[in-house]
Design a protein around this ligand. Structure first.
Ligand code: ZN
Length: 177
């Protein structure tokens, strides 16, 4: 993504490849500051309670009204585990314990990385939040497959229920196209 104005001095930037670099960057026309744009990481989890998983119904765009697993952008100075725990609380009011990393999806066409953990609910306390109009535990047979917000979340859930048959949950990396 282009950064139009310099974050140091506010002058317009131009798109060019700095010397000793191999990517086009936004370079300040005044002070020469180079602005790097890097992928964003989304962290989230599959909150488990017994045989059920917790999903939330989005009350914000994009995909408002669709169901998803709790996930959101990692903050600066935050570990991926803490980010997943925080996003889960913000979207479901649920407190979770991270079990282990489960899936990483490279989504290079939107410069995103999704990092999803398996997690266990620490209690059955959860509910709607500013970001979720509804939060519910689902059995596998009741998952609203046609109303899942994002392809990456649908794949995570499909992989999870597939792996659950063997009770083996190896960490894997996939590329989403
Ligand atoms: Zn500048």
């Amino acid at each position: 993504m282009d950064i139009k104005f310099c974050t140091a001095c506010g002058s317009p930037t131009q798109q060019k490849i700095p010397c000793d670099d191999d990517h086009v960057r936004s370079v300040c026309t005044n002070c020469g500051q180079i602005h790097y744009s890097n992928p964003k990481m989304v962290v989230g989890c599959i909150p488990e309670l017994g045989d059920q998983v917790l999903l939330c119904k989005r009350d914000i765009e994009p995909q408002k009204g669709k169901w998803t697993l709790p996930a959101g952008y990692l903050e600066n100075r935050e570990s991926v585990q803490d980010g997943a725990i925080r996003e889960t609380f913000e979207e479901t009011m649920a407190k979770v314990h991270i079990i282990e990393p489960y899936r990483l999806f490279n989504i290079v066409f939107v410069d995103q990385i999704y990092f999803m953990f398996r997690a266990s609910l620490l209690s059955d306390k959860f509910g709607p939040t500013n970001e979720s109009i509804d939060v519910r535990l689902f059995d596998e047979k009741d998952i609203p497959w046609d109303d899942i917000a994002f392809k990456v979340i649908k794949q995570t859930l499909e992989h999870y229920f597939h792996d659950r048959k063997t009770k083996m949950f190896p960490f894997k990396i996939f590329d989403l196209h």
